[in-house]
Design a protein around this ligand. Structure first.
Ligand SMILES: NC(=O)c1ccc[n+]([C@@H]2O[C@H](COP(=O)([O-])OP(=O)(O)OC[C@H]3O[C@@H](n4cnc5c(N)ncnc54)[C@H](OP(=O)(O)O)[C@@H]3O)[C@@H](O)[C@H]2O)c1
Length: 334
């Protein structure tokens, strides 16, 4: 079988590392994939699964010339676009930089991919939805309504990407959006993930001092980055085979993947404390929810339906959240 190149942007990030790992795993198995990843500031230290990643290329997505040259050199059949600014505090501090990366760089990348007949998988978020009580689970075609700038830029990125492929009129390329919720998994630092970082809250609370308030209102569906990596691989295989068979019209442009494990942040802290053998009484469950007068309303429940993925025959099973953490934290138990 002829080898195909997959290019993963954001391959030095929390998710991108696992997408590289998933394609590399199948490459070793079937010899089918040449796996290339791009990073920005962390290219020198990039690692997946503790091993150095040789195929990480430094790329500034803001530089159209660099992106075009890279696509022409590596000639990928698939691009998995993970790179984004997704830290809410960084987004709010740098709205213009965030729009430039999450929207304009995604638009340019999509245009270049469409011109070259490349399949582009754009990673998006459940934060494109408002998460108002009573609305979830959201189908892939449900009405969007982001409540913060991060969600808005990711939604604008989705529209920009699909718009470019639409404008190209199906000349061999294809753009598909894959929305995912809050992610956890193997991390270089706990603060890479909004889930992993709760370990620090639990440890800090156990040291004593003032009580930490932890949200016990908003519902989260923490999803493992390894599972998302596998789904990206499976989507790539399925979509390429359908495109090669001329079945483009059968392919949905909007997909969603999520675990069904439901937790509040307080419940995650309680689980971590129990696994680590630490007290939880330094953490107070905060059930206040949204202040109706606040200018920005936080999403209550953005649960994503995985129906569209299931309908195309992709495995949506996930690891068990509790089981994964029990294995991961075994060494740290008191
Ligand atoms: N993490 C979550 O809980 C979550 C939830 C839902 C959706 N998502 C989506 O999943 C995707 C991956 O998120 P993540 O958590 O893996 O993010 P991350 O850990 O913050 O990684 C971001 C990646 O983007 C790269 N990058 C930043 N600026 C760049 C630029 N100018 N040019 C090229 N690359 C640049 C970074 O490279 P360097 O680090 O080398 O600078 C890094 O590899 C994003 O699209 C995000 O919106 C994430």
């Amino acid at each position: 079988m002829a080898k195909k190149t997959v290019l993963i942007t954001g391959a030095t990030g929390l998710l991108g590392r696992q997408v590289v790992r998933a394609f590399s795993y199948y490459a070793a198995d079937s010899d089918e994939w040449i796996v290339k990843g791009t990073g920005f500031s962390r290219t020198a230290t990039a690692a997946a699964d503790g091993k150095p990643v040789q195929q990480i290329i430094k790329l500034d997505l803001a530089d159209a010339g660099q992106v075009e040259a890279l696509l022409d050199r590596e000639k990928p059949r698939v691009v998995v676009h993970c790179a984004a600014n997704r830290f809410p505090d960084k987004v709010d501090k740098d709205p213009e930089g965030t729009k430039a990366l999450n929207v304009e760089a995604s638009r340019r990348l999509a245009r270049l991919c469409a011109q070259r007949g490349i399949l582009l998988i754009y990673i998006s978020t459940d934060y494109v939805f408002s998460g108002k009580p009573g609305e979830a689970p959201y189908e892939a075609d449900a009405e969007t309504g982001p409540t913060n700038l991060y969600g808005q830029t990711k939604l604008d990125g989705e529209k920009a990407v699909l718009g470019e492929f639409e404008a190209a009129g199906g000349k061999g390329g294809f753009g598909v959006v894959l929305r995912v919720p809050i992610l956890y998994g193997s991390a270089e630092r706990t603060d890479e993930s909004a889930v992993n970082v709760l370990l620090e809250s639990v440890r800090k609370a156990a040291e004593g001092g003032s009580k930490i308030k932890m949200d016990h209102w908003a519902l989260r569906y923490p999803t493992n980055t390894e599972d998302v990596g596998r789904v990206c691989h499976d989507v790539a295989v399925h979509y390429l085979s359908a495109l090669d068979a001329g079945k483009q019209a059968e392919l949905p442009k909007m997909l969603q993947f999520s675990s069904e494990d439901k937790y509040t942040k307080y419940e995650i802290c309680r689980l971590f404390a129990e696994i680590l053998g630490l007290p939880i009484d330094g953490i107070e469950a905060n059930t206040e929810g949204n202040d109706p007068n606040a200018s920005v309303q936080r999403p209550y429940d953005c649960h994503l339906s995985t129906r569209a993925l299931k309908e195309v025959g992709i495995d949506v099973s996930t690891q068990d959240f509790e089981g994964w953490w029990r294995r991961e934290l075994r060494a740290f138990r008191k």
